[in-house]
Design a protein. Structure first.
Length: 245
C-alpha cells in the first residue's frame, strides 16, 4: 500500500526561473511611468498637471502587480496526496478530498501563446462546476501537462468513490461558468477601449479650453460601461437562470 501511496504523492512548485528579462522591462516601464506621474502631479491643484489621485493610483496598481508576481513565485504550489489535492495560492490555501473532485482539465491560458508565461493551465473542477487553478501544473513548469494530468487522474482512480465520468448537470454548470467568464473578459477589453476613447475626449477638452472632467471620463465612465456590458453579456450568454446565486 505504501508503494501505491508514493505513486500519487507529488508537489508542483516553481521549477523554471521566472522571466526576469520581461519582469525587468515591466519594472522599468512601470517605474518610469510612476516617476513621470509623480513629477507632473500637483497636490496643490495646478490646473496644468494631473491631480494627485492619478500618480497614487499608478503607484498602487504597480505595487500590487509586483506583489502578486512575487507571491505567485514564492508561495504558490499544488500538493497531491492519496487524500486529495491541496492548493496554496498567493494568500490562502484550499483542499479537496478526491470524492469532491469532479475533473481535472488542462485549458488554454487567457494570455494566449506569449513567451512570458504558460500557454496551458490546469484547473480542478468541483461538483458545483466551479474551477480552481492548480498552481504550477502548466507547460511553463512541466514539459507535457496533458500527460501529467492523465497520469495523475489514473493514479487517483483507486482513491475515488466515483469514476471519471461526465455528469450532464455538472457539465452544464461548467458551460455556464465559462460563458460568464468570457462575457466579463469581453466587457473588460471593451472597457479598456472606452478608457482610451475617454482619454481622447479629455485631450479634446483641454485643447478647446473646455472644463475637464478627468475622474468622470477616466474612472466612472469605463467602470460603469464595464459593469453594464458585463451584466448584459452574461445575461445573453448564460440565460436568466445563471444570474441567480
Amino acid at each position: 500500500m505504501g508503494g501505491d501511496t508514493d505513486a500519487i504523492e507529488r508537489v508542483y512548485r516553481r521549477r523554471r526561473r521566472p522571466p526576469w528579462l520581461q519582469l525587468g522591462i515591466a519594472v522599468l516601464i512601470g517605474g518610469n511611468a510612476l516617476l513621470h506621474a509623480g513629477r507632473f502631479g500637483d497636490p496643490y491643484g495646478d490646473r496644468y498637471g494631473p491631480p494627485l489621485w492619478m500618480p497614487l493610483s499608478v503607484g498602487v496598481l504597480f505595487t500590487a502587480t509586483l506583489v502578486r508576481i512575487v507571491l505567485e513565485q514564492l508561495r504558490a504550489y499544488t500538493r497531491v496526496t492519496a487524500s486529495g489535492i491541496s492548493v496554496q495560492g498567493r494568500l490562502r490555501s484550499r483542499s479537496w478530498y478526491w470524492a469532491d473532485v469532479y475533473d481535472i482539465r488542462v485549458e488554454p491560458a487567457l494570455r494566449g501563446s506569449g513567451s512570458s508565461g504558460p500557454r496551458w493551465l490546469t484547473y480542478l473542477y468541483d461538483f458545483e462546476g466551479r474551477r480552481h487553478l492548480l498552481w504550477h501544473l502548466d507547460d511553463w513548469q512541466l514539459g507535457d501537462p496533458y500527460a501529467e494530468v492523465s497520469e495523475l487522474c489514473l493514479a487517483a482512480a483507486p482513491y475515488r468513490s466515483l469514476a471519471w465520468e461526465p455528469s450532464p448537470r455538472v457539465e452544464e454548470l461548467i458551460r455556464r461558468g465559462a460563458a460568464r467568464r468570457k462575457a466579463w473578459t469581453r466587457a473588460g477589453y471593451s472597457a479598456i477601449v472606452v478608457f482610451f476613447a475617454m482619454f481622447a475626449v479629455d485631450i479634446w477638452e483641454v485643447a478647446t479650453g473646455r472644463p475637464e472632467h478627468l475622474f468622470l471620463l477616466l474612472v466612472v465612465v469605463p467602470l460603469a460601461f464595464f459593469g453594464a456590458l458585463g451584466a448584459v453579456l452574461q445575461r445573453l450568454t448564460t440565460g436568466p437562470a445563471a444570474a441567480q446565486p
